[in-house]
Design a protein around this ligand. Structure first.
Ligand code: NDP
Ligand code: MG
Ligand code: MG
Length: 341
């Protein structure tokens, strides 16, 4: 059984005694910075000169500095820029300005696991990785709840790195829900696998194939959209509440029988073999290298794939249909515009 931490297991005064620099003010960065501030932590935000995020952070009353200056002031540096730029930001702006013994904290283990960042031996290296998007991390905190977090310590130079990780997890609201003890390796590999095989890659492809199959057979795209995309949320909500069993309990006996009979036909054992191959590419570093090499080249593959995804007919159908759904709050996240990623 995993080791769990809750608010009572952590001492908020540990993080309240630190000078924290949050580098990046995007999905996770804004949530961490604001939750830390609201938990009474001395926090500043580090951004590149001319950063588009700067006015957003300043509008919240946060102190915003260039990355180098924020790092110089800090004894805990939280690296929340996109994974693909962390190596460059670290080498150029963080490492040369990092005080002796200052700790480094990550929201995902990618750059440590694959060796793109090699911290000094005297630094504590921690991870507090929320198991949810940054906007939910902030929204839940404001509502008095929290998103569960994974906690890990890669280097414990001070001997007190776990106390710091738990205190930070409490300050961003994660320990209200619960923290699970893990390692950088386990978090990185399972996170990449989950998003590739199931949550993003697997679910998106399943929805698109379902939609295509119905439309190619002559059914109306609007009906296909409801069946294959919209209703997915209702099913997933039931799974979150009570596992796969609750989903099967709620649907009709017809649907439940179809689940047993046709699920393994659609997602057959080959899919599990494919998943194992995806996991192998994650573990041997070839996925990481392909991603970073493409990013370093200006992201030609990534950009082409993103454009291809946006052209799928399900997006045009959804755009029209969502106008009819007054109950779907399409404007809830003000930063999101369709076509951005
Ligand atoms: P975002 O893409 O949202 O981060 C964007 C922010 O980083 C912006 O403020 C941007 O500034 C800034 N930034 C980009 N490049 C630089 C740079 N060269 N120098 C300084 N700042 C820069 O990242 P996420 O929040 O998605 O991810 C951050 C970390 O959290 C990653 O390690 C990710 O794996 C992890 N994570 C993310 C989750 C999520 O919900 N998205 C969930 C769990 C973990 P500007 O406005 O100038 O572009
Ligand atoms: Mg991820
Ligand atoms: Mg139905």
């Amino acid at each position: 059984m995993a080791e769990m931490f809750y608010d009572d297991d952590a001492d908020l005064s540990v993080i309240q005694g630190r000078r924290v620099a949050v580098i990046g003010y995007g999905s996770q960065g804004h949530a961490h910075a604001l939750n830390l501030r609201d938990s009474g932590v001395d926090v500043r935000v580090g951004l590149a000169a001319g950063s588009a995020s700067r006015p957003k952070a300043e509008a919240e009353g946060l102190r915003v500095l260039d990355v180098a200056d924020a790092v110089r002031e800090a004894d805990l540096v939280v690296i929340l820029t996109p994974d693909q730029v962390q190596r460059g930001v670290y080498a150029e702006h963080i490492a040369p300005n990092l005080a002796d013994g200052a700790a480094l904290l990550f929201g995902h283990g990618f750059n440590i696991r694959f060796g793109y960042i090699k911290p000094p031996a005297g630094s504590d290296v921690l991870m507090v990785a929320p198991k949810g998007p940054g906007h939910i991390v902030r929204r839940e905190f404001v509502d008095g709840r929290g998103v569960p977090v994974l906690l890990a310590v890669e280097q414990d130079a001070s001997g007190a790195a776990w106390d710091l990780a738990k205190s930070y997890g409490k300050a961003i609201g994660g320990l209200r829900a619960g923290g699970i003890r893990t390692t950088f390796t386990e978090e990185t590999e399972t996170d990449l696998f989950g998003e590739q095989a199931v949550l993003c890659g697997g679910a998106s492809q399943l929805v698109m194939y379902g939609f295509e199959t119905l439309v190619e057979a002559g059914y109306q795209p609007e009906v296909a959209y409801f069946e294959c995309l919209h209703e997915l949320k209702l099913i997933v909500d039931l799974m979150i509440e009570g596992g796969i069993a609750k989903q099967r309990w709620s649907v009709s006996d017809t649907a439940e029988y179809g689940d047993y009979v046709s699920g393994p036909r659609v997602i057959d054992p080959h899919v599990k073999e494919n998943m194992k191959a995806v996991l192998a590419d994650i573990r041997n570093g070839s996925f990481a290298q392909r991603f970073i090499d493409d990013q370093d080249a200006g992201a030609p593959e990534f950009t082409a794939l993103r454009e291809k995804g946006a052209q799928h007919p399900i997006e045009a159908t959804g755009r029209e249909l969502r106008k009819l759904m007054a109950w779907v709050d399409t404007d809830r996240d003000a930063d999101y515009t369709e076509g951005s990623a």
